[in-house]
Design a protein around this ligand. Structure first.
Ligand code: X2X
Length: 333
């Protein structure tokens, strides 16, 4: 009965004897954790979907959203999800890769040339291949991945205009082997830090820079502690919505259908929101004082190739997975 709260059980026990047998449908109160700011589209759409799920299920499935890493940093919440302390969690595939190595494949540097390739791959065979690996590791992943975005590098010390500017650069990266490997290939000094500690790590100068989509640089107010924004677009990152398998299996089929339908629709709506926000956010960040530059991606791709980065990761993911990536992104190594 993982995931059913004490409150629900006590409530159910108190009323069960008063109700005819048929009406004694179980009700479920589940938690949904994420690292995004309260006003990020992920949270707007998750709240909206949770409301619809509760209404359509006549209150049998109530989902409380915990935004902004309220339940802990990502690697900690991943443990809570696995143990059943949290029932739903959106997590970057690259961080999920600490458990499911294949899940970082969409983040291979400079692979996807645009959103057409991203959604074709993630809604197509590459995404299906990753979800199979996630299922084998014992977690439930919903079909539609949510958008985080193309990632850009910010810095308090200097803009990144060419690969050489990354040499010795103290950059925060999320906790993920692929991120660390990529920035090491550029000669940078990456430090693995969960998102809930990024603002203070930048503020206190523990690191000089970080990288994130423009929407998060704006919504998490990273512009307050960063000066430069270099539009490297060095990888695309998305959030898999995951469920604890025991909590998911405890739901009757009709509740599973309702939840899956609304979660997947919310992911598609969130993708549109991010596209809209991203279109206007650079202007907002400039007005807040950030200095932008747009370096040439080809030079970065060539540096990774020469460092053996693509060959190494092809070996780690395996030929089959790599062929699926290249099917959508084009030849890499
Ligand atoms: O930790 C980050 O930088 C974030 C919020 O983009 C991810 O979830 C990977």
């Amino acid at each position: 009965m993982a995931g059913i709260t004490r409150r629900t059980l006590i409530g159910a026990a108190a009323t069960a004897s008063l109700l005819p047998r048929r009406a004694r449908a179980a009700s479920f109160a589940y938690k949904f954790a994420n690292n995004a700011p309260v006003d990020h589209p992920l949270n707007l759409r998750a709240r909206e979907a949770a409301k619809q799920i509760e209404q359509e299920s006549n209150g049998r499935l109530a989902i409380e959203i915990f935004p902004d890493s309220q339940l802990g940093g990502d690697t900690d919440v991943l443990s809570q999800l696995r143990s059943g302390g949290v029932e739903f969690f959106t997590l970057s595939g690259l961080i999920l890769a600490t458990l499911v190595p294949l899940a970082s494949i969409n983040g291979v540097g400079f692979a996807f040339r645009g959103y057409d390739q991203v959604w074709a791959a993630m809604d197509g065979e590459l995404g299906a291949f990753v979800r199979t690996a996630i299922a084998k590791a014992g977690l439930v992943a919903f079909e539609r991945i949510w958008d985080n975005g193309y990632r850009q590098i910010t810095s308090s010390t200097h803009p990144i205009t060419a690969p050489g500017d990354l040499k010795g650069f103290k950059i925060r990266v999320p906790v993920s082997p692929l991120w660390t490997s990529m920035f090491k290939a550029f000669g940078a000094s990456p430090a693995s830090i969960n998102f809930n500690e990024v603002y203070s790590a930048l503020q206190t100068g523990v690191v000089e820079g970080e990288e994130n989509p423009l929407t998060l640089i704006a919504l998490a107010k990273l512009y307050e502690v960063q000066k430069y924004c270099s539009l490297t677009g060095h990888m695309w990152d998305g959030f898999w919505l995951l469920a604890n398998p025991a909590a998911w299996d405890a739901l009757p089929k009709d509740l599973q259908e309702i939840a899956a339908r609304h979660w997947n629709a919310a992911a598609l709506a969130e993708r549109r929101d991010i596209a809209q926000l991203t279109a206007g956010v650079e202007g907002d960040l400039r007005r807040k004082g950030m200095i932008f530059n747009a370096p040439d991606a080809d030079a970065f791709r060539a540096t990774l190739k020469n460092a053996g980065f693509y060959a190494e990761w092809r070996g780690r993911y395996g030929a089959e997975a790599w062929a699926l990536l290249e099917k959508y992104a084009g030849g890499l190594a």
